[in-house]
Design a protein around this ligand. Structure first.
Ligand code: CDP
Ligand code: CDP
Length: 213
């Protein structure tokens, strides 16, 4: 069983995916952390995220054991990640790892931007999680403030809009709802309500009756 979860920045897809993975006892992969790690490693090696060759060199050496590094969640890293993610060769370098993760016997929940469209087009269930840019900026602002970062909500909204534009506008695997993905607009949903809505969709797709808890 593969559950593909895509959506824009701070839509709540990571929070939702982790709970869904626990609920169905599936492994979980946050593919955004791969692109964040490529951006981090490119800069550590003295390269520029805009330089495709430098970013590919980092992508080819990515160490899955470094994806939990809290530094990956820093504000500037998301921006740099969206820059390296626009290089087609970087995406190709990360493809095999994501596909092999998806194929593990336990099954998987995988979240990102292109999981339902490119990485796992045959996923068992696809979700596309959204919320308005203002609501997403508010959520990310609260996360950053909580982590001690000094930033205004307007600055976070500008970051989110710039990243949305880059992720939707790029040629290589743009952020796009797959035709067969279920749209989940969480703008007015609590985390619990979004989780219950997701479980209902997944259980219906699996032919089970609702069991959210
Ligand atoms: O957590 P947030 O939604 O802010 O970002 P993320 O999921 O960690 O992704 C960081 C960046 O990586 C995104 O803005 C995308 O440019 C890129 N990304 C991608 O291109 N494809 C994926 N499957 C996942 C992330
Ligand atoms: O992974 P992504 O960047 O899409 O978002 P996230 O980091 O999972 O969630 C962003 C923030 O929104 C977290 O602090 C969540 O607690 C919060 N949130 C949510 O995930 N879902 C809601 N329905 C409401 C808030």
């Amino acid at each position: 069983m593969i559950i593909a979860v895509d959506g824009p920045a701070a839509s709540g897809k990571g929070t939702l995916s982790k709970r869904v993975a626990v609920h169905y006892a599936l492994a979980y992969l946050d593919t955004g952390s791969l692109y964040r790690a490529v951006a981090r490693d490119t800069v550590i090696a003295g390269g520029d995220p805009r330089d495709e060759d430098a970013a590919v060199a980092a992508a080819e050496k990515i160490d899955p054991d470094t994806l939990e590094d809290p530094g990956l969640r820093a504000r500037g890293v998301g921006e740099a990640a969206s820059i390296v993610a626009a290089h087609a060769k970087v995406r190709t370098a990360l493809l095999a790892y994501q596909r092999s993760f998806a194929k593990q016997p336990a099954g998987a929940v995988i979240d990102g931007r292109d999981i339902g469209t490119v990485i796992c087009p045959d996923a068992t269930v696809k979700l596309f999680v959204t919320a308005t840019p203002e609501e997403r900026a508010h959520r990310r602002y609260l996360q950053l403030i909580d982590g001690g970062v000094q930033v205004t909500e307007d600055e976070v909204l500008a970051d989110i809009r710039r990243r949305d534009e880059r992720d939707q506008g790029r040629e290589a695997a743009p952020l796009l709802k797959a035709d067969d993905a279920h749209l989940l607009d969480t703008t007015n949903l609590s985390i619990d309500a979004a989780f219950k809505a997701a479980i209902d969709v997944i259980d219906a797709a699996l032919g089970r009756t609702g069991s959210a808890s």
